[in-house]
Structure formats: C-alpha cells, structure tokens
Design a protein around this ligand. Structure first.
Ligand SMILES: NC(=O)c1ccc[n+]([C@@H]2O[C@H](COP(=O)([O-])OP(=O)(O)OC[C@H]3O[C@@H](n4cnc5c(N)ncnc54)[C@H](O)[C@@H]3O)[C@@H](O)[C@H]2O)c1
Ligand SMILES: *[C@@H]1O[C@H](CO)[C@@H](O)[C@H](O)[C@H]1NC(C)=O
Ligand SMILES: *[C@@H]1O[C@H](CO)[C@@H](O)[C@H](O)[C@H]1NC(C)=O
Length: 313
C-alpha cells in the first residue's frame, strides 16, 4: 500500500496477542503500516505461534512488515504500544472481581514495559477500556496527549453502519458519535448528528425508519451478541485499532471518538479527538442537549469515583 521505504523505522508493539491482538496484527500487516511488528504475551508458546502464523501473512502478501517476538521492555521502545492483554477465565467472577483482575493485569503490563520511549503513543484496548486507559495514563509516565483508548470508536462505527443501512446513505457521509464512558452508560449525541453537513433531524424529520432508542440498544447489545455467538469480536475491534494506528503513523489528523484524558473530570473517556503523529492534538466538544450532557457527566463521575477507590487500596 505504501511503496518504497515509507514503512521504514515504524515500530508497533502489541501486548497480549490473543483473539483481538491477533486480528489487529493481521490488519496492520496487510496495510504494511509498520516496518516491524513486535508481539508480546506472557504465554510464550501462544506468542511464538502467533509470530509464525502472522509471518506467513507477511510473506504471502509481500508485506513490508516483519513480525517478531519481543519482551514487554522492548515494546516500550516502539512508536505505538497497543495493550490487548486480558484473562478470559472470569467465569463465576462478579463484575467487581473482574474489574480487580483486569486492573491488576494492566498494572503488571505497564510495570513490565516502563520506561516508554518519550514519543510513544499508548493505545489501550483491554476492558473496561475507560478505566484501564485512565490507570495506564497515570502509570505510564507519558503526557496525557500520548495515551488513548479504543473507547466508543467501534460503537460509533456500528451505529453509523446501522443508520446508513436504514437511510440508504453511505456511512462515511454520516456524522454521528457514541461518546462518554463505553458500555451501558455510553451516550449517542443525536443533537449534533449530521448527514452530509445537514443536521440529522432536518434530513430525517419523520423518523419513520429510525427508532433512536431501539438503535442505541442494538448498538450496546451488539458486542454481547457477538461474544455469546463466537467468544470475542476481534475483527470489528481490529479494524478500528488499525485505523487509529494509521491516523497516528501517517499523521492523518482524523477526528475519532476515542478515550482520552478529560481534565474537567480527571479521567479518560471518549470525546471526538484529532489524532496525529503526536497523539491527541485537540479535543472537540460537540454541542449537546442537556440530557446528553447529563448522561456523560454522570458516568464520568462514577468512573472517577471507581478510580479514587482503587487508588485507596
Ligand atoms: N474495547 C473494546 O471494544 C473491546 C472489544 C472486545 C474485546 N476487548 C478486550 O480486549 C481484550 C483482549 O480480548 P481477547 O478476546 O483477545 O482475549 P484473549 O484471552 O484471546 O487474549 C488475551 C491475551 O493476553 C495475554 N496476557 C494476559 N496477561 C498478560 C500480560 N501480563 N502480559 C502480556 N500478555 C498477557 C494472554 O496470555 C492472552 O494471550 C480483553 O480485555 C477484551 O475485553 C475490548
Ligand atoms: C475483563 O477482561 C476480560 C477479558 O480479558 C473480559 O472478558 C471482561 O469483560 C473484562 N471485565 C470487565 C468488567 O470489563
Ligand atoms: C441482546 O443480546 C442477547 C445475547 O445474545 C440476546 O439474548 C438478546 O435477545 C438481545 N436483545 C435484543 C433486544 O436484541
């Protein structure tokens, strides 16, 4: 895709190469985005198996990306470090137990990586994504502009896809975001939505084919449905994380709904952000209805409260 030496000296590390990490790697190799892709996992056998399988993709496509196994410490020297580590053995655990477990995984991952290269961009994908991005931001020692999470990017892509199908308009002509804390509390900012550059409500005044709350629900439930059916949703997530990497390495300045530090609340959650080689170059706060704003504020305060309690322990 990028001829000549354009991928030269671009290094990406993926920490935790299970289903999701593997799908991200696959997408990155097909795009030849990096010269080197470093795979890190505490399960050495799985890591090396992924390196071999994904090297075959690289050979088969004449990709410029060389795939190799690496340590956590080496990962910290890459231009982008993606964290997809996790532990699926959460059966029978309560949500609180799961959160503690996932928090301890991100802590041990960051501990093993630091120090980061001064201009590294850290991309957190592991769940609960906004909580873990907030903790990673503190533990990594990196500036807030260099730490982000996949947040509601996939949810936004899904929502736009569903609206596109119903209105028969291309998804990339629809400006519509899911924002806030990813999960049950996420908020669709309908009041700022556009089709072309026209306000959404003017384009679709009757709202016949479009039940907003039904769409919001379908969007929130989609991960659960996919996970129930096949255990994980690696491809959807993989494609949005590849898009994040491409915006960063090629300094594209795309506006994306991604989790990043919100000074007003002292934690990370999704707001539209301009994304380039130095990370988040600015946040764009869209106009919101008072109801939308309240939804985001409430979930942000709850997230902040969880972080404070974790830090007391
Ligand atoms: N943000 C989203 O929208 C979204 C969607 C789906 C999944 N996810 C998250 O992505 C993460 C990965 O999911 P998956 O399906 O690929 O899981 P998986 O179990 O297939 O892979 C996780 C990998 O992490 C590795 N790992 C665990 N601890 C590690 C450590 N300390 N260092 C290095 N590697 C370590 C495991 O060995 C395993 O290979 C989960 O947290 C999941 O919840 C996020
Ligand atoms: C914790 O991580 C596992 C996988 O690593 C994931 O399945 C689970 O949903 C996460 N728990 C929470 C509360 O996000
Ligand atoms: C949500 O997903 C669950 C799990 O697959 C499914 O049982 C349920 O029917 C879905 N609900 C709706 C309203 O789509």
């Amino acid at each position: 895709m990028f001829p000549g030496s354009s991928a030269q000296n671009r290094h990406i590390a993926i920490v935790g190469v299970g289903q999701v990490g593997g799908a991200i790697a696959y997408g990155l190799i097909l795009q030849s985005l990096a010269s080197e892709l470093l795979l890190v996992d505490e399960d050495i056998e799985r890591r090396d198996g992924q390196v071999r399988d994904l090297s075959d993709v690289s050979y088969g496509h004449g990709s410029q990306t060389r795939v190799r196994p690496a340590t956590h410490r080496e990962a910290g020297q890459c231009d982008i470090v993606i964290i997809t580590a996790g532990s699926k053995y959460t059966l029978g655990q309560t949500r609180v137990e799961q959160i503690h477990r996932n928090v301890s995984i991100i802590r041990s991952v960051i501990d093993a990586i630091v120090p980061f290269k001064a201009d590294s961009i850290l991309v957190v994908v592991s769940n609960p994504v906004d909580l873990l991005t907030s903790l990673a931001q503190k533990l990594s020692g990196l500036p807030v502009s260099q730490v982000l999470g996949s947040g509601t990017f996939l949810d936004s892509v899904r929502l736009r896809g569903m609206v596109a199908n119903r209105l028969e308009v291309a998804a990339n002509s629809i400006g519509m975001y899911v924002l806030g804390v990813e999960g049950d509390a996420q908020v669709v900012t309908w009041s700022a939505a556009t089709i072309g550059s026209m306000p959404f409500r003017d384009f679709n005044p009757s709202e016949e084919s479009l039940d907003r709350s039904e769409l919001e629900h379908a969007c929130r439930n989609r991960s659960k449905e996919i996970i129930r059916a096949k255990g994980s949703c690696p491809f959807g997530l993989g494609s949005v994380v590849c898009s994040i990497c491409s915006s960063i390495l090629l300094d594209k300045r795309n506006v994306r709904p991604i989790s990043h530090f919100q000074p007003e609340f002292g934690c990370c959650f999704s707001m539209p952000a301009v994304l380039g080689r130095t990370g988040i170059t600015r946040t764009i706060k869209p106009p919101m209805s008072s109801e939308e704003e309240a939804g985001i504020t409430e979930s942000a305060k709850a997230l902040r409260h969880t972080i404070d309690r974790l830090q007391e322990n």
